[in-house]
Write a new protein. Structure first.
Length: 224
């Protein structure tokens, strides 16, 4: 059975990224590569990481007018990522065009509310209600636009799953019991996230900054 743990490789250093994946690849389901890695290494870096044999989650959080996002997704088709992110707040037309431009087999998921944000952050941005309300609004919009699923915190995934039983739920901000939450504000344990309906768990620093990343993954697996 494929592990639900996907490791977030949040570094621009290609050699460091390859080293981490080489150490954990037997115990994770895939690799998440985000903005800092993509900006530093581009398409070539993504291909290098894909050659290590794990599915790629390309977390670029695209957010622009529909035509621009569609063209960006089309430019990424050659990389055939397993998962690609867009911001659900970009609107229905943008999400529809992103999904239409994605290659067959790529799950396009909408980012709802970042796990680094709380209610005061949303209020400062002019968003009414709490993060839970906003996640459900954006989850409904992503479902109606034909996306495959959403990215949301473990605090909201149970309600989002109930709203969209067939959705694909990516849960970041996951921390082991007694783990350092760093800049995350809405965190849950890996076991809690799965019990609440997560499809995959995105875990970065608890693994990548561990003295022994493989042992860290196996310790998390043991709690599942």
């Amino acid at each position: 059975m494929t592990s639900p743990i996907w490791v977030a490789i949040d570094t621009p250093d290609l050699d460091r990224a390859r080293e981490i994946v080489a150490r954990v690849k037997r115990h994770v389901g895939g690799i998440k590569l985000g903005l800092e890695f993509f900006y530093a290494n581009g398409h070539g870096g993504i291909r290098t990481m894909a050659a290590l044999g794990l599915p790629i989650f390309l977390d670029l959080k695209l957010h622009d007018i529909p035509n621009t996002v569609a063209k960006a997704v089309h430019a990424l088709r050659v990389l055939s990522p397993a998962i690609l992110t867009v911001h659900a707040a970009g609107g229905r037309a943008m999400m529809e065009d992103a999904k239409a431009a994605a290659p067959t087999g790529t799950k396009v998921v909408g980012v709802t509310v970042l796990t680094s944000l709380d209610q005061s952050d949303l209020a400062a941005a002019g968003v009414s209600g709490n993060p839970h309300d906003q996640v459900l609004r954006l989850t409904a919009a992503a479902c109606e636009a034909g996306l495959d699923g959403v990215v949301c915190s473990g605090a909201e995934v149970a309600a989002a799953h109930k709203l969209w039983p067939d959705g694909y739920f990516v849960v970041p901000g996951v921390r082991p019991v007694d783990g350092d939450v760093s800049d995350q504000k809405r965190v849950v344990t890996p076991r809690q996230a799965l019990d609440r309906g997560a499809s995959i768990l995105i875990i970065g620093r608890p693994i990548t900054q561990a003295t022994d990343p493989d042992a860290a993954v196996r310790a998390i697996e043991a709690t599942l």
